[in-house]
Design a protein. Structure first.
Length: 261
């Protein structure tokens, strides 16, 4: 096994054992390329367990997220079918380390998108949009990491919930995005916080994926990145995200989560 595979295995084991590990950057000097190779190797491990790639996500596309996590470069990660949580479902914290949730916009692609797609081509590639919630769960202690750490950790991808798909509005900017927990508003932002327009996040995703030798595929889901900071999940929470004109998406956290309950 080479170093890349060993580090991917450490992250994968942290996921499977729901036990955080020290950031890889504490003991290893990783380039951004190394970090994406570790991410790729960790996805290969998931694929070997039967998980299927269903899309990709962008990270740090809004200032709120960059400030909250102290990382200022856009990154991308990969989504598998096993990460999807049905709209309205309940999750158990036993399956996570220290999960957080954040409101997002999701795109579904009707055809592939190449690296240098124009804004018009990106819009044309969108089959449908939906409000979404991402459940992020860093495999690192204290949810603290460097840029290369978080890339290797598949951009903290852990779960995602997608609301009802609808046709894409002509203008995706200026839409209010909110996150409520137990009916109390906790985060509020605008779709314009995502690179000025979430469409730009889709274009960036196509560019970054191409650098890794991948192209965004027809049928794939794409998460544009959170417009606001993330919120920690606790037992008994009912989480609801809303995007203007797109409606709501929700999930809840089971009360029966912690040791022996
Ligand atoms: C990394 C993932 C960032 C987003 O929407 O900006 C992200 C993290 O915050 O742990 O998903
Ligand atoms: Mg996110």
């Amino acid at each position: 096994m080479n170093n890349i595979d060993t580090l991917a295995e450490m992250l994968d084991n942290a996921t499977l054992r729901t036990t955080a590990i020290a950031p890889l950057s504490q003991g290893h000097e990783l380039t951004i390329d190394d970090a994406y190779r570790i991410q790729q190797a960790s996805i290969a491990r998931r694929a070997a367990r039967g998980e299927r790639l269903v899309g990709i996500k962008m990270g740090f596309t809004s200032k709120a997220k960059m400030i909250q996590m102290g990382v200022h470069d856009q990154i991308w990660g990969q989504l598998t079918d096993a990460m999807q949580v049905s709209n309205g479902a309940s999750i158990s914290l036993e399956n996570y380390i220290h999960p957080r949730c954040e409101p997002e916009l999701a795109f579904r692609l009707k055809h592939a998108l190449s690296a240098n797609a124009t804004e018009a081509a990106a819009l044309d590639a969108i089959e449908a949009v939906a409000p979404a919630i991402e459940i992020i769960d860093s495999r690192y202690e204290q949810f603290k990491f460097s840029l290369t750490d978080v890339i290797a950790d598949n951009a903290s991808s852990s779960g995602f919930v997608i609301g009802d798909w609808m046709p894409c509005p002509a203008d995706l900017s200026g839409l209010n995005v909110t996150l409520a927990i137990n009916s109390v508003l906790r985060q509020s932002g605008s779709s314009s916080a995502i690179l000025g327009n979430p469409l730009r996040s889709l274009m960036a995703a196509a560019r970054l994926a191409a650098q890794a030798g991948m192209a965004l595929q027809a049928g794939w889901i794409m998460l544009a990145g959170a417009a606001t900071s993330a919120e920690e999940l606790k037992p008994g929470m009912e989480v609801d995200a809303h995007v203007d004109g797109m409606g709501s998406v929700k999930f809840s956290v089971s009360l029966l989560a912690l040791r022996g309950d």
